[in-house]
Design a protein around this ligand. Structure first.
Ligand code: NAP
Length: 298
């Protein structure tokens, strides 16, 4: 039995592991995919205090190595269910683990656009990760859809690679940071297509053009080699429903102390109800959740 199990090896989960190890607790981190979470897709982190111009990949590597060096055990196994009791149980596809306290730091997954043909065209023109796939569009045309920080950052990144970038957003106001939007507006090869939704994907084996419909119903066809979908994320809490209280959007209900409705189960990072989902708030949650979990272990 471990003192603390952390589900998720993104910045929140790995920070929790660092804090819990420094409090001399035995720690197991379980991760379904690769470590690092969403931040590995960010080419250049500009808003994390004191870490100037570090890539998300390097940031993730550093935090992972720090957790391992401090003695956290990390296993790559997908958690399929949890249960509460005198001890907490965590079931993966392969194994069953128990712990005194549990920290859920599973983050979120890409939201789909929901346009016909989207799934079939993934890897053939549709992508959810500009830093992973942007290089395929060197000298070509790329579209980005969304109005949050991810879409703005993706469009900025792609404008250095592609010959032309369209940023398509359903409103004319952005959720993304004003400073980044201002930077994007200065790029000569970027065109904003606002108050518009992507309504059709035209493909012959691979994506060739998209249709966008504006708020007046006018349809425009944009020839493009790629469409980067950046329309937000969905919290990965499906496996915890029934054990932990979630809000109507699927986020785990917990305040700034990261305590869920179940004693001994804590949440850290983007899968928690919160107003600001940033790297710095994810790592802060990791520290708070681990401190609470350590106290719970006694
Ligand atoms: P987000 O902030 O939730 O933005 C999603 C965008 O997609 C919104 O502009 C939304 O439009 C649009 N959208 C949602 N569903 C859509 C649909 N079906 N069709 C068309 N458009 C749709 O998501 P995000 O940009 O992925 O960011 C997630 C979180 O990570 C945010 O808190 C963000 O600040 C954070 N983040 C931080 C950094 C950083 O710290 N450097 C980098 C990336 C992301 P509306 O605005 O009209 O709702």
């Amino acid at each position: 039995m471990y003192d603390i199990i952390v589900v998720g090896a993104g910045p929140a989960g790995l920070t929790a592991a660092i804090y819990a190890r420094r409090a001399a607790k035995s720690v197991l981190v379980l991760e379904a995919n690769s470590f690092g979470g969403q931040i590995i897709n960010t080419p250049d982190i500009e808003n994390y205090p004191a870490a100037m111009h570090i890539s998300g990949f390097d940031f993730a590597n550093n935090i992972y190595n720090q957790a391992v060096e401090l003695g956290a055990e990390i296993k790559f196994e997908k958690v399929v269910s949890i249960s509460d009791g005198e001890k907490k149980t965590v079931n993966t596809r392969k194994n069953k683990y128990t712990c005194k306290a549990l920290i859920l730091a599973t983050g979120s997954e890409n939201r789909k656009l929901g346009v016909e043909g989207e799934d079939e065209l993934v890897g053939r023109g549709i992508s959810y990760c500009a830093t992973c796939d942007g290089n395929f569009y060197r000298g070509k045309i790329a579209c980005v859809v969304g109005g949050g920080n991810t879409a703005i950052e993706d469009a900025l990144y792609l404008s250095d690679i592609a010959k032309k970038v369209y940023l398509i957003h359903r409103r004319d106001e952005f959720r993304g940071e004003e400073a980044s939007v201002a930077k994007l507006k200065q790029r000569e090869n970027v065109e904003f297509v606002l108050n518009s939704n992507v309504t059709r994907l035209n493909a012959e084996g691979k994506l060739e053009s998209i249709e966008v419909t504006d708020k007046n119903g006018s349809v425009r066809t944009i020839e493009t080699d790629g469409l980067f979908v950046a329309v937000g994320r969905i919290p990965e809490n499906q496996n915890f429903a029934g054990v932990i209280d979630l809000d109507s959007s699927g986020y785990i209900i917990a305040g700034e102390d990261c305590r869920t409705n179940v004693p001994g189960i804590f949440v850290a990072g983007d899968n928690r109800v919160k107003n600001v989902r940033q790297l710095v708030t994810a790592t802060a949650d990791g520290a708070v959740a681990a401190t609470e979990a350590v106290k719970f272990c006694g």
